[in-house]
Design a protein around this ligand. Structure first.
Ligand SMILES: [Zn+2]
Length: 344
């Protein structure tokens, strides 16, 4: 078991691989696990790897990777056509995952697996389950049929009911420092070529990804508008940080005018600001940690040298407060204006 390749599709995450590899190898699977990590951190890849490892017909052959990726069961799961792996997600226009979806799941639960030993239910954005939905799920978590495994994917496990968390260990997805992330991606030839051709864009994308490998890939691939959006949001976040500390710096009015219309996007912007503040605090404390927002420690010191650690902490609190105000439906414009107009 020790030298076996576990979850070859999933980069890094040795802690998770060790736990799951051991649980699956010993036939010792729990009934539920929570996979926690930001968007693009590999939760889906991990969930599919777990489901495949449970179904893989070569699972007992320790000379092969777990899952092997080539047997019929593995291929069906990779292709999204396994009759024993279910994705439960909220409808596109809904903010929450309601109790109806969980009731439907519960009706299906007691039907034995079609072809695999286990039935795997993957609940996406599990923290968007209503309390009613979570309580309905809890009934299934307490005494599920022996062949059932639940995987709850979430950006924030703390947002789940304590009763759910007490029945499902939390597996945190690994965050990568910029260097490790760049190294991993450069193993793919198209990214290695890109890093050669456009070193600045490559470096920017890596840092903009904030340690999430899927997000880095999206930005680098420029497959969607997401790439351009990301880079422009990054610029805005950088400007916002500057304005927080130096309110006289030009550009506040323009920034406020061009704030994203979408509330979720404003929250992402503030999250990015938090990453930048975290970098600033780390550099002030001489902590040996990778930068999550700034391209280098030197770029970070450029601002860091001019502000005190107390001021950085205060700014973090202001951003967190603004974040929660916006989440509770306060006006985005008013909240951000007062953020920038604070006298220090
Ligand atoms: Zn297989």
């Amino acid at each position: 078991m020790d030298n076996r390749i576990v979850f070859p599709q999933l980069i890094g995450n040795n802690h998770l691989k060790k736990i799951m590899g051991t649980d699956i190898g010993r036939g010792n699977m729990g009934h539920a696990y929570i996979l926690e990590g930001p968007a693009g951190s590999g939760k889906h890849t991990a969930a599919r790897s777990i489901a495949s490892a449970l179904a893989c017909t070569s699972a007992k052959d320790s000379t092969k990777p777990l899952p092997c990726g080539t047997c019929l069961a593995c291929r069906k799961i990779a292709g999204g056509i396994s009759p024993d792996v279910f994705f439960i997600r909220r409808e596109a226009d809904r903010a929450t995952l309601g109790v109806d979806a969980i009731r439907k799941l519960r009706e299906d639960l007691y039907i034995a697996p079609n072809e695999n030993e286990k039935k795997v239910y993957i609940i996406e954005d599990a923290d968007t389950m209503t309390v009613q939905a979570q309580n309905a799920l809890l009934l299934s978590l307490e005494s599920p049929p022996p062949y059932v495994v639940f995987l709850l994917l979430t950006e924030n496990a703390a947002a789940l009911l304590e009763t759910i968390r007490s029945r499902a260990p939390v597996l945190r997805m690994q965050w990568f420092g910029a260097d490790a992330l760049a190294e991993h991606l450069k193993q793919e030839s198209r990214f290695a070529a890109l890093a050669q051709r456009e070193p600045d864009f490559f470096a920017q994308a890596i840092t903009a990804a904030g340690g999430a490998i899927g997000r880095a890939r999206q930005i680098l691939d420029r497959t969607s508008e997401e790439s351009a959006d990301y880079l422009s949001m990054r610029d805005d976040a950088g400007r916002l940080v500057t304005l927080l500390f130096f309110p006289d710096y030009p550009g506040a009015a323009e920034l406020l005018r061009n704030l994203p219309k979408d509330r979720e996007e404003v929250l992402s912007l503030l999250d990015m600001v938090l990453l930048a503040l975290r970098d600033l605090a780390a550099v002030k404390k001489n902590a040996a940690v990778p930068m999550m927002f700034y391209l280098s420690k030197d770029a970070c010191r450029h601002i860091g040298d001019k502000v005190s650690i107390a001021r950085i902490c205060a700014a973090q609190e202001e951003i967190l407060l603004a974040r929660s105000d916006i989440q509770s439906n306060a006006s985005v414009y008013t909240t951000c204006t007062s953020l920038l107009m604070k006298k220090h």
